[in-house]
Design a protein around this ligand. Structure first.
Ligand SMILES: CC(C)(COP(=O)(O)OP(=O)(O)OC[C@H]1O[C@@H](n2cnc3c(N)ncnc32)[C@H](O)[C@@H]1OP(=O)(O)O)[C@@H](O)C(=O)NCCC(=O)NCCS
Length: 331
């Protein structure tokens, strides 16, 4: 006989890190199993925030036991729902707890006059599995792919599994350089330029401004949310005639043997000349030499050119999830 849960939903700020640790460690385990992602650094950072009692969010208590939580962070007039996770004896119950938590969060945010936009990408949930609650509140959903590439055990020049040998030479005016913090400003400008009128700018409005692109870069390079940034596995392309940055690939370490590509972009005037595939191939070669076993990345399903590029090189889709967006300023 199924025992009905007796859920209480409480303010996350009433909870200390030690009360949440077990739930967060369970979540870290799920990240490892499903996405090969060592979530420990993110867990520790989150626990520090919990102890500072400033994180807006909710906890689900089932007969006094912590059964789930959700939180958000504010970035000016935008709120990002950073996580929603629940545990229970059966999957339907997990879904019910998660949806209850999300409803509380959405009610809070939609009734906050200063919050004009809400974004969320909850990577652990399959596309469609928690969409109902977001659709109820008028969100737009954009399916995204979590892709993976298995690195060959022996290092060597990279050949695409489809049989095409990718070009090894760059045009004479383009040079490849290792990432350096000196490129920070130029890299943010390149990101901003690369995502103008791009579907990903609908999903993450940081891409819409230079200031936002700097914040995006800052989050990738300085915080562990997307893994630990690895400067030795990150590269830029420069046009030697102008010194302008025209492409880049940035990588983080998400597990001892797994890298995550956090950014790949090429400036619009330089596209279609194989610079994107050159950067990817170079990153793959280098990661292989460094002993990594796999590379992951996320890409919006409707970004067909990028998806084709990844598939052609040998990435496969491990998981499909949704990006959710609500912009109160749009009719
Ligand atoms: C995705 C992106 C990095 C690709 O960069 P790129 O340098 O144009 O990539 P490539 O030239 O290697 O390949 C892209 C296309 O050009 C084609 N191409 C390659 N060499 C070419 C050439 N000499 N002439 C014409 N086309 C060529 C490729 O076949 C590919 O076409 P396809 O999509 O029909 O398969 C770039 O479009 C970009 O920055 N987009 C915005 C940011 C983005 O979406 N990043 C990925 C987020 S996950």
């Amino acid at each position: 006989m199924a025992i009905a849960t007796q859920l209480e939903i409480l303010d996350l700020r009433h909870f200390a890190a030690r009360q949440m640790r077990s739930l967060l460690e369970t979540e870290a385990h799920v990240w490892e199993q499903r996405l090969r992602w060592n979530y420990q650094n993110s867990t520790e950072l989150l626990l520090q925030y919990l102890d500072s009692r400033i994180l807006p969010g909710f906890v689900a208590l089932d007969r006094g036991r912590v059964a789930g939580f959700t939180f958000c962070v504010y970035e000016g007039q935008k709120a990002v729902i950073g996580d929603a996770f629940a545990i229970a004896s059966d999957p339907d119950e997990v879904l019910r707890i998660t949806q209850t938590l999300l409803r509380h969060m959405l009610e809070l945010l939609l009734n906050s006059p200063g919050t004009l936009r809400i974004e969320s990408q909850l990577l652990l949930y399959d596309a469609g599995s928690i969409e109902a609650v977001f659709l109820e509140y008028g969100f737009q959903l954009h399916p995204r792919l979590f892709m993976e590439f298995h690195l060959p055990p022996t290092a060597g020049p990279f050949f695409s599994p489809t049989g095409t040998t990718l070009p090894h030479n760059l045009p004479t005016n383009i040079e490849l350089c290792p990432w350096s913090p000196a490129y920070y400003q130029q890299a943010a400008e390149l990101i901003h330029e690369s995502y103008t009128n791009h579907i990903d700018a609908l999903i993450n409005d940081q891409y819409c401004s230079l200031h936002g692109s700097l914040r995006f870069l800052h989050n990738i390079v300085r915080f562990p949310g997307c893994g630990v940034f690895d400067a030795t596995e990150s590269w830029v392309l420069r046009d030697t005639r102008t010194s302008a940055l025209v492409g880049m690939v940035l990588c983080s370490r998400v597990a001892p043997d797994v890298a995550h590509i956090t950014q790949l972009c090429v400036a619009p005037p330089y596209r279609g000349a194989s610079l994107g595939s050159f950067l990817l191939r170079h990153a793959i070669d280098h990661l292989s030499h460094s002993g990594f076993e796999a590379i992951t990345l996320t890409v919006t399903e409707a970004n067909h050119q990028a998806v084709r590029l990844y598939e052609d090189i040998g990435f496969f889709t491990r998981h499909r999830f949704d990006a959710m967006v609500l912009d109160k300023t749009q009719p």
